[in-house]
Structure formats: C-alpha cells, structure tokens
Design a protein around this ligand. Structure first.
Ligand code: HEM
Length: 453
C-alpha cells in the first residue's frame, strides 16, 4: 500500500492558535450544551474530524468502529497521555500517563486491592460509611441537595477504604484542598495568577504533601507491626513487588483514585435518585427487589449484592443516559492511518461514549429510560456501551463503584421516599454531569434508621 502524505489529515480546523476550540467546548459544557456541541461537530464533519483542544491538535472520532480502535489497541500506537492540565495537577506517574510495562505493573498493584476477592472484605466498612452518612445528613431532614451529599459520601468511602484516613481534621482539610484541585483540573494549561488552574495547582501541591506525610506514617505503623490489609496504601507498601512501586507512584495514583473513584460514582447515585423519582414503577421494582433481601439487622454479604440484579440494571441504564465520563483522550505514538486519514504522531484522539449510547440504531428510542435493555447482555453489541471504557484501560474501579452504588441505593429506597423539588430534568457538564441546583429533593422517612450498622 502506498503511504498517504501526512497532509491527509481529517477535515476540520484548529481555530484560534493555542486556545483552539477549548473555550468553546468548556463554555458548552458549563451551559449544558456539550452533547449538542459534539453532535453538531459530528453532523458538520462526519465521524472523523480535527480540532485543537487544551493546547494540542486533536482528532475527534466516534461510533462503534472508533471505540474498537481506541480500546482494542495494544498500547504501542496509542498511549493514554492526558491533557497537560490533568497531568500537571495529578502527576506524571499516575496510571493515566503510564504505558506498556509501567502501566501493567501499577495496574496489577492496584488490582490486588480493587479486585472482587479483596473488596468483599470491605463491604461492611462501606455499609458503615453509608449508614453513618444517612444518620448525619438525611435522618430528620425534610429537604436536601443530593449531588453535594453524594460527593461527600463517596469521598468518605474512598478516604476510609483506600487510605485509611478516618473522620477528623485531616480528612476535612484534605476535602477542602481536594475540591479546589478538582475545580481547575480541566483547563487551558496556562498557570496565570487568579485562575482556577492556578488554584488547582497550588491545592495539588498541598494534597501531595499531605499524602507524602501519610505514607511516612503508614510505613512507621507497618514497621511497628500493623496489619498490611488496612487500606490501599498499606497494601501497596507491602505487596510482594512493593520495591517496584515508588513513593511518587503511590502518591500520584492515590490522587488519581481520589478523583476517579468519587467524582464518577457520586454522579451515578445522584442520577439514580432522579430516575427513581421520575419513574415510580421502576422505583417500586427496585424496592421489591431490595425488600426481598431481608437482613433483620445483619450486615450485607457478597451474595446479597449478587441478588441485586434489577437494581444494577437500573444503574446501567442510568450510566448509558447520563454517563459520568463523557469521553477521554489518547495520544498517537506514531503516524496512524484511520478511515483513510492520517493522524500524525503526537496528536490527541478524543473518544466519546454518548454518541453510541444515544444512537437509535443501537439503543432504540434512546431517550427512553428502560433497564430492560440490559436483561440480555448479549443484546448489546461490543464497543457500543462504554461507561467504564474498554480494553487494557477499562475502569479498574468497576466493582468498587458497583458495591457502593448498590449499598447506597438499598438504604435510600428502604428507608426514605422522595420528591424532586426541581422538575426540569436538565444537567450541565463541569465536566461531570451536574443536575440543576445539585438535585434538591424533599424526603420522607419510610422506616427508622438503625442506630448501629
Ligand atoms: C460509576 C463510576 C465510574 C465510572 C463511570 C468510571 C469510568 C471510567 C472510565 C470510562 C475509565 C477509562 C478511561 C479511559 O479509557 O481513558 C476509567 C478509568 C479508571 N477508573 Fe473509573 N469509573 C468509575 C469508578 C471508579 C472507581 C470507584 C475507581 C477507584 C476506586 C476508579 C478508578 C479508575 C482508574 C484508576 C482508571 C484508570 C485506569 C487506567 O488508565 O488503566 N473508577 N473509569
């Protein structure tokens, strides 16, 4: 085959130098029109087009073939470098930046904690966090905002399970810095004073310092004979290939998991609360399933979670329609041919999930909420339903997210009923979906919350 000239790049333009289309996309995200922004681009240029985002030339591709292309590669042609702002905030040794053997090594180390066999030992701890949260923030209340509360809950779960940071002043400070850090993580990478990005970098430096301190403390505890199975950090420090994981790698990956592990599942739970309010028949079916799992005060087990099949299908359909992570980036390690175009080395590739999730040839009547779509997993074609990504980089936190979501929804439906205070059913992206006003609801107790787990 004859090699195409590198000039044969996809249609589209780079827009204003350096800024490119970043501001236009960021603006669309905040104005709740990002999905239309993407769709309009797709209508104008087709399934492959170029643009410039966050300082880098980018090719936007979508559809089943595009997803397969992004997720089934062996990592030699496409790496996973994030945009400059994300890398500067999280650090260059986190999983998102690593390729090949480095990526495998760190993923293995994290999986030893995140795999189902390990997580089943932590179900009780998660349940305890959920109950404590409900007693503190839901019990005795009439009105509340779901999204900020779910961020608090999932952040607390991450803190206690992954890093063993219990409630108290350290955790509170960490939450504050952390929120500032996330606020500016998606930015044009110019560190100018008084910008969100500048505040985010400063907060990131403080979080890194706190984590470094935490690692020293854990090392000392381990040396004094503490158990190695307390949390993710102690697991990483004592895993048999621990010598292979550097302190920087621990810190950067802990930061990644703090972001990846709470911002996403909080959105899933929040949108499930909205879905259940909007669809009384689905709410009733979830309640029947949950009440069928009678516990009489005993803690939930792995087997109980396995019985929550319908509840999880509701979660899957929620992830299809309100996918937390709308897409992501890859970077080309060499010139790549794709659908007759050349994508030059060093460019970004932008993939998105919403375009296949809302494609009516794959999911008929895509705007209809229907958990029945997932009754037969074989009915969903490969590489079309990708809320957790796919291939070598598929989300390693899938089981973690599933467990915390099922436990939280169980306690919500069995102990409360609720009504939406704001019925517009809209959301904006920041870049995670944010329902109007953070989803204010009115709640009514169904039965007493047990005072102990
Ligand atoms: C509903 C909840 C969640 C959703 C929708 C979600 C979604 C995703 C997606 C789409 C990716 C792939 C990104 C890509 O290919 O570029 C990913 C990666 C990742 N997720 Fe999740 N995630 C969720 C929860 C979690 C949790 C709870 C954790 C950790 C406890 C976690 C940790 C990670 C990590 C570390 C990666 C990077 C993997 C790699 O690059 O090899 N996620 N997630």
């Amino acid at each position: 085959t004859t090699r195409k000239s590198p000039k044969n790049t996809p249609p589209g333009s780079f827009g204003i130098p350096f800024i490119g289309q970043s501001l236009s996309l960021l603006w669309a995200m905040r104005a709740n029109t990002a999905d239309e922004w993407i769709a309009a681009r797709a209508r104008r240029y087709g399934a492959v087009s170029k643009l410039s985002l966050f300082g880098t030339p980018t090719v936007f591709i979508y559809g089943q073939a595009a997803n397969r292309f992004v997720f089934s590669g062996d990592g030699n042609k496409l790496s996973n470098q994030q945009t400059d702002s994300v890398r500067m905030v999280l650090g260059d040794r986190c999983l998102l930046e690593l390729v090949g053997e480095d990526h495998k090594r760190i993923r293995n180390a994290l999986s030893s904690f995140l795999k189902p066999d390990s997580l089943r030992n932590y179900i009780g701890k998660m349940e305890e966090e959920v109950l404590m949260h409900l007693r503190m923030h839901w019990h005795g209340k009439n009105n509340l905002k779901v999204l900020p509360l779910m961020k608090t809950l999932t952040f607390n779960i991450i803190c206690s399970l992954l890093f063993g940071v219990e409630r108290g002043a350290v955790r509170d400070t960490l939450v504050l810095y952390f929120q500032e850090m996330i606020d500016g993580i998606w930015s044009i990478p110019l560190n100018l004073p008084f910008t969100r990005f500048n505040r985010s970098l400063k907060a990131s430096a403080k979080v890194k310092k706190m984590l470094s301190h935490l690692i020293s403390e854990k090392r000392a505890q381990l040396a004094a004979g503490a158990s190695s199975h307390q949390d993710l950090i102690t697991c990483l420090l004592t895993s048999h290939d621990s010598q292979l994981v550097s302190d920087d790698e621990i810190i950067h990956n802990v930061m990644l998991i703090m972001v990846a592990g709470h911002d996403t599942s909080s959105v899933l739970i929040t949108f499930m609360v909205r879905v259940l309010a909007n669809h009384p028949e689905i709410h009733a079916a979830v309640l029947v399933e949950q009440e069928g799992i009678k516990k009489g005060g005993a803690l939930l087990t792995w087997e109980d979670l396995g019985k929550m099949k319908y509840t999880w299908r509701v979660a899957m359909e929620t992830l299809r329609m309100f996918t937390p992570l709308y897409g992501g980036f890859r970077k080309t390690l060499e010139d790549i041919e794709y659908q007759g175009y050349t994508i030059p080395k060093g460019w970004q590739i932008l993939w998105v999930s919403g375009m296949t999730h809302m494609d009516d040839s794959i999911f008929p009547e895509p705007s209809k909420f229907d958990p029945g779509r997932f009754e037969n997993p074989a009915g969903v074609p490969p590489y079309t339903y990708i809320p957790f990504g796919g291939g070598a980089r598929i989300c390693p936190g899938y089981e973690f997210a599933k467990i915390e979501t099922l436990i939280t929804i169980r306690y919500l439906v069995t102990h409360f009923t609720w009504k939406l205070c704001c019925n517009d059913n809209r959301f904006r992206r920041d870049p995670m979906p944010v329902p109007t006003q953070g989803l204010p609801i009115q709640i009514m107790p169904r039965k007493e919350l047990a005072l102990t787990a």
